[in-house]
Ligand binder design. Sequence first.
Ligand code: MCA
Ligand code: AMP
Length: 494
Amino acid sequence: MSAGPLLPPLADPPDRPALAFGTDPAAALTYRELAAVAGGLAGRLAGCSRVAVWATPSLHTAVGVVAALLAGVPAVPVNPKIGERELGHVVSDAVPELVLAAPKDQLPPALSALPRLDVTPRPRESGFSGARVGVSGSPSRGIPEAEPPADAPALIVYTSGTTGPPKGAVLSRGAIAANLDGLADAWAWTAADRLTHGLPLFHVHGLVLGVLGPLRRGGSLHHLGGLDAAGLSAAVDAGATMVFGVPTQYHRLADELTDDPEAAATIGRARLLVSGSAALTAVDHARIEKATGLAVRERYGLTETLILTAALADAEPEPGTVGRPVPGTEVRLAPLPDASGDDALGAVEVRGPGLFSGYLNRPDATEAARTPDGWFATGDIGRWTESGVLALVGRKATDLIKSGGYKIGAGEIENALLEHPGVAEAAVIGAPDDDLGERVVAFVVAAGEAPPAGELIDHVAGLLASHKRPREVRFLDSLPRNDMGKVQKARLPR
Ligand code: MCA
Ligand code: AMP
């Protein structure tokens, strides 16, 4: 299977802005500069089996990932707030040959044991030259001349399941290209667009849509580090046309904009506000529209499938819905065994070119996620509205929590809690939360005297990524269990 380049503008790079991080002019590159700097680095990566990228929200991360893609080497973006246990799992599962990081980054032991290449994209004003990429380590091995095949792996993105450690979703070059092109159709996304956001760069949302999206189109990205009213209105004032965010970011923005009509009016000059990774509440949808005059478009996806559905740029958005199948993607609702009499509800299944190639080293899990006729079962439950758009109504697994747009497996946190000597039993749930959508709540039966809640929270944050830490710990004398001894989470006190 042959394919055109994943990032076409880098083949004959124009002298137009490509990437900018924050407000420091030194943290910005044109396409010509990016092609030179990433090309130089790619020459040193080519031939590697896989590389880890210490994925801080920085130009270094974007350059490192682009370099790996140019070299045809699969990149494994690593959350820089990852805990020790989780990092150990990622490193032993993905077995990266090298790690790419910024020179100032301090890497934890599991990564600092690997050969390291420092990424130092040089600012324009210092007489930029691609040859000045600071790389220590292996000599140049030459960039492959031919574009790798469409089914070649581009990224391995770790995502949580209900139990066990996160699984590495292998995303091919062809899946990324096809999905980004489908989104370009849905949103009329072109080289004229300047995208802005403040998303992390170790997940599909921030990295695939948020960095590779603009680079595939030939447009530009302005990464803000976070999303607040002042930063966002300045970015729109400076020419940003599209905004991506998770619902928690829009919720906080809505709070701020209530008291800042000037920022709201400026943000309203953008072309498109897009929300995804979790459900945006109708209340926040209305608050943003009232303040800015712009209705937020929702889109729905998974790490494994990329984006399935999106509200179209030129259609009237319907709050509480996630739009139509992205061009090229088929979405169906399969009957639910226990739909409580509501026949319109179904299990969301997807087929199309954006699907992942499988979980790394986990053929069993890959197989389990596929239906007998080859569709991917998302685990989400939805229904089609009368106008033909998808509304999500829930998830099959109660042990998956979505907090701030991050997917978190209850089992992984329970296991981490049980490693603390003060914990005899643990049950973790997602409790409704205005800001985070759901917040991680841990119910704990102490072994002897109850340890301080903060100690348990820090314990989890040290082993796993910090966003997986419980926001609340409640001590119980015992967990509610059925006759078989299985914890009945529905009976936990809310
Ligand atoms: C606090 N912190 C701690 C502790 N307590 N760290 C360690 N131990 C502790 N005990 C620190 C954190 O490290 C962090 O530091 C700060 O406190 C706050 O962290 P956090 O709780 O994460 O911040 P938040 O304010 O609650 O974050 C909200 C957020 C974030 C910004 C919305 O959740 C976020 O970025 N969400 C994006 C999720 C996303 O991209 N999902 C995509 C996957 P510091 O301040 O230094 O950071 S879904 C996907 O890709 C699919 C395809 C899709 O549909 O999009
Ligand atoms: P992840 O595995 O982190 O990629 O998260 C994928 C999950 O996020 C999906 O299965 C959905 O449950 C949820 N999700 C993504 N986008 C939306 C959205 N717009 N509305 C509701 N849930 C969403």
